[in-house]
Design a protein around this ligand. Structure first.
Ligand SMILES: Nc1ncnc2c1ncn2[C@@H]1O[C@H](COP(=O)(O)OP(=O)(O)OP(=O)(O)O)[C@@H](O)[C@H]1O
Ligand SMILES: [Mg+2]
Length: 276
């Protein structure tokens, strides 16, 4: 059985705004195993980005438990959780976090450099080539389109094949075709052992996941195993659909629907990622 990398139970989080509390997460349960692609869907404002930040330790949940790579995140020092993020994870966030004063080459290289991992020029060129940005090494973020900037963030995230990738709407600024190709690339990486936790509004993309977590009113509304677009849509809108597995038990478990879950085996050598 693949390793359990994230286990979240009953996670709650609120924000204070204008002296009023907004309870965004009210009890979320989910697991992520090695090599698994888990998609998180839900209405805008449902708390998807907040959940992603909580899962990787960038936000502290108010209650509930998040176990990250074998350790209770609440018991980790800020330094320890930063180290796990630096060494084992990569991120493609909604605001991308590219550094405007660095060129594309240095932006892609930065997280690895901070983790003390030496990348060759070839590693960086190859990652850029995989996202369709060959030859852009010397450009600066302001010289790129929104979609190109998004692809730089994706190249940065895949260049050292992290154990865990967190992605918040990674195809949001891409045209449909490029978005599909990028998804093929990200999914290809999970088949070699990396886990991908992705927030998306694109149900076609969510339907490519091993499991889909539907966030509903701050809670895990449903967990769908290899669902169709129709099943995801039905779960998001509260309509029962065949093949959908709802509730806490399925959030914690894996092979919820016999015959529907196929987990990739993890080869010892990592072959090249598929090309966009
Ligand atoms: N730092 C913050 N301070 C106060 N409120 C916040 C903060 N971050 C998020 N919120 C509020 O929490 C709610 C959930 O936000 P979140 O960004 O997690 O939603 P989302 O599901 O990712 O939405 P979208 O699909 O639009 O990206 C929103 O009402 C938002 O205004
Ligand atoms: Mg969001």
């Amino acid at each position: 059985m693949n390793k359990l990398l994230i286990s979240a139970s009953n996670v709650a989080k609120k924000f204070k705004s204008d002296s009023q509390d907004v309870q965004v997460l009210k009890g979320v349960d989910m697991n992520v195993y090695a090599g698994e692609f888990v998609a998180i869907v839900g209405a805008s404002g449902a708390g998807k980005s907040t959940l992603l930040y909580c899962l990787c330790g960038l936000y502290q949940a108010d209650s509930g438990q998040i176990n990250l790579c074998g350790t209770d995140i609440a018991k980790m020092s800020p330094g320890a959780s930063a180290k796990i993020r630096r060494d084992r994870m990569s991120f493609i966030f909604q605001d991308l976090n590219l550094i405007n004063s660095l060129n594309v080459y240095d932006n892609v290289r930065l997280p690895a450099k901070m983790a003390g991992i030496k990348l060759s020029k070839g590693d960086i060129s190859s990652a850029l080539e995989h996202v369709g940005l060959a030859g852009t090494e010397n450009k600066y973020p302001h010289q790129l389109s929104g979609g190109q900037r998004q692809r730089v963030a994706i190249a940065r995230s895949i260049v050292r094949r992290p154990e865990l990738m967190f992605a918040d709407e990674p195809t949001g600024s891409l045209d449909v075709n490029t978005g599909r190709q990028i998804m093929k690339l990200l999914k290809g990486i999970t088949s070699y052992g990396s886990s991908l936790v992705m927030v998306t509004h694109d149900l076609d993309i969510a339907a490519a996941a091993d499991r889909v977590i539907v966030l509903n009113n701050g809670r895990t509304g449903a967990v769908l195993v290899k669902p169709t677009v129709e099943q995801i849509f039905a779960a998001m809108h509260g309509v029962p659909a065949s093949g959908a597995v709802s509730g806490k038990a399925s959030a914690q478990g894996r092979a919820s629907v016999p015959g529907q879950t196929v987990y990739p085996s993890v080869p010892s050598a990592v072959p090249p990622v598929p090309r966009v």
